[in-house]
Structures are given as structure tokens and as C-alpha cells.
Design a protein around this ligand. Structure first.
Ligand SMILES: CC(C)(COP(=O)(O)OP(=O)(O)OC[C@H]1O[C@@H](n2cnc3c(N)ncnc32)[C@H](O)[C@@H]1OP(=O)(O)O)[C@@H](O)C(=O)NCCC(=O)NCCS
Length: 276
């Protein structure tokens, strides 16, 4: 990689979570230390440290079991932007996935999209982040119906286009994750984030089925995000009627591939832009 005077590239390892969390917290993102642990354990997570050892930039490559893997957690501290750091880190992560025979895919913020377009990424579809501000109190947690992790992983793989059983196991093993599932047709997850709860993925065979699943989640009155592909207008209307508003938009982008993976007609909310 190019020489960025005074910065050195590192592969993040267990123990680096708090440094990485400081960076994602500074840009207002929702990840927990547990999310960084997942990227570090399951993928290639790289960073740049300055002379004092401070982590100033990150990027991660997360391979999935299928035709693609995810590039994620692309963050550059504000004082170091517009020097090509993100471009260099993204290239390393995309190369890592390509070397494994996987198409690099990512979910771009508006700020990130120009960086990725220059490297050959093209949009597949867009989705809206619906946000509900809350009082800060967490949803009343009640045990969901018994969930079959394998069935959930199977449904997720069909809709998403690649299998990610380790990620779903990690979500389900967190003590406050809620899973709602309907026999062999769909499921919805709700997990804790740093700033807000995150609903998703939501997989179903119909938009009405998806609304039914979402309505069964204990949404409480805490801050909550749900990332819904554009076009699901009934879900948008349902969320708007419950005080949600679109906070920002993301583009699902893939390296030189415009056709979406999986079954977009079954995907009603993503797992969030860090996982797709
Ligand atoms: C997006 C982000 C990672 C870019 O980091 P960076 O190191 O500044 O990016 P680069 O210097 O590699 O940018 C490469 C090129 O992309 C384009 N670009 C980068 N940021 C841009 C912006 N905000 N608006 C328009 N173009 C932009 C530029 O053309 C730039 O090249 P140039 O400055 O030589 O013209 C950084 O702004 C950031 O951390 N933002 C907050 C977190 C975020 O949104 N991450 C992206 C998640 S998908």
C-alpha cells in the first residue's frame, strides 16, 4: 500500500476492539465491541495506526459462504480524510475477497459511494434506514418462541444470497437478541446496538408476512433502526405510522455486478450496512 507518512498498517486482532470501537463511535455508528470481535475473528480486519499508536482508519473483509463476501467498517478519522486512505484499505479488503474467489459486496453511505465507484463497484439496490427516536428505555425483553437457528440460517441464505451461519449464531447467542420465526417461511431478528436497537434481517414470503413478523418484535420505545430495501412501501407506511422516519439511505454495491444476489423479493430488512 502507498506510504502514508507516519502511518503503519496493522491487522487487528483480539484485544483491539476498544480502539476500533472508539473510531466507530466517533463517526456515530451503532456497532458494539461484539461486532468488532466478529470482524476480527471471522474476517480480515485492517487498520492504520499513527506514530503514537492511535488507530486512525479501519476496513474489514468478511467472507461469506456463497458467491460473495462483504467489505465493511470503512472509517477514516476526520483529520486524515481525502488522502486516499479509505481507497487503499478498501482495495486490500476487496483483493482479499477476490483471492478467495468471492465477489466483493458492500453497503455504501453517501460519503462512501464515490470511493467505491472509483474501484468498479456498482449499485445493486438501495435501502432506507428508518429510525425511531425513543426515550432511551430498552424494549421489554421477553423470550421469543423457540427458534431453530438452522432454519433461520437457511432462510437467511436464500434471501441474502450467501450463507452466514457464524454471524446468525453470534447474533442469537447474545443474551438480548430476540428472534421471531414462522414455520419454514420467515424470521425477524432484533439485536442491541450502541445507539439504537436494530431490527433485521427480516425474511418472509410476502410484504404482509414481513409486517406481521416485525409487529411481533417487542419494539418498546427505545431508539430503533430498521434498514428496508426501497420499494417496500407498505412497510414504509407501517413504520411511518409508528413514528419512524428515514434517517439516511444506503446503496448495496458489488464489484462489477449489477444483478442482486439471493432473492430480493424475500428480503424485507437487511442485517445492517456492516453485514449486509
Ligand atoms: C467515506 C470515508 C471512509 C472516505 O475516506 P477517505 O480516506 O477520505 O477517502 P479517500 O481519500 O480514499 O477518497 C477517495 C476519493 O473518493 C472521493 N471522495 C471521498 N470522500 C468524498 C466525499 N465526501 N464526497 C465526494 N467524494 C468523495 C474523492 O474523489 C476521493 O478522491 P479525491 O479526494 O482525490 O478526489 C470517510 O469520509 C469516512 O470515514 N466517513 C465516515 C464513515 C463512512 O461514511 N464510511 C463509509 C462507509 S460505506
Amino acid at each position: 500500500m502507498a506510504d502514508f507518512d507516519g502511518l503503519h498498517q496493522v491487522r487487528l486482532s483480539p484485544g483491539d476492539e476498544q480502539d476500533a470501537l472508539a473510531l466507530s463511535r466517533d463517526v456515530g455508528w451503532n456497532q458494539l465491541a461484539a461486532d468488532w470481535t466478529h470482524f476480527i475473528q471471522e474476517g480480515l480486519t485492517i487498520g492504520l495506526r499513527d506514530r503514537s499508536g492511535r488507530l486512525v482508519a479501519t476496513s474489514a473483509a468478511l467472507p461469506y459462504d456463497g458467491p460473495f463476501g462483504f467489505v465493511s467498517m470503512v472509517i477514516v478519522t476526520p483529520a486524515m480524510r481525502r488522502r486516499g486512505l479509505a481507497s487503499a484499505l478498501v482495495r486490500i479488503c476487496a483483493d482479499d475477497l477476490r483471492a478467495r474467489g468471492l465477489v466483493p459486496v458492500l453497503d455504501a453511505t453517501e460519503q462512501g459511494q464515490p470511493v467505491y465507484e472509483k474501484q468498479g463497484f456498482v449499485p445493486q439496490f438501495r435501502y432506507d434506514r428508518w429510525q425511531r427516536d425513543g426515550e432511551g428505555s430498552m424494549p421489554a425483553l421477553r423470550p421469543g418462541p423457540a427458534t431453530d437457528a438452522q432454519a433461520i440460517a437457511h432462510l437467511d441464505a436464500q434471501a441474502f444470497g450467501a450463507a452466514r451461519p457464524a454471524l446468525l449464531r453470534a447474533f442469537l447467542s447474545r443474551p438480548d437478541t430476540i428472534a421471531i420465526s414462522t414455520a419454514d417461511t420467515g424470521f425477524a431478528l432484533l439485536r442491541r446496538g450502541r445507539r439504537a436497537w436494530q431490527a433485521g434481517p427480516v425474511v418472509s414470503t410476502s410484504e404482509d408476512g414481513a409486517i406481521h413478523l416485525i409487529s411481533q418484535l417487542p419494539l418498546g420505545d427505545a431508539p430503533l433502526f430498521i434498514d428496508v430495501p426501497q420499494g417496500w412501501q407498505k412497510i414504509g407506511a407501517w413504520l411511518a405510522a409508528r413514528g419512524f422516519a428515514v434517517q439516511r439511505r444506503f446503496a448495496r454495491m458489488a464489484f462489477e455486478r449489477r444483478a442482486p444476489f439471493g432473492a430480493p423479493d424475500r428480503l424485507f430488512a437487511t442485517a445492517g450496512p456492516e453485514y449486509g
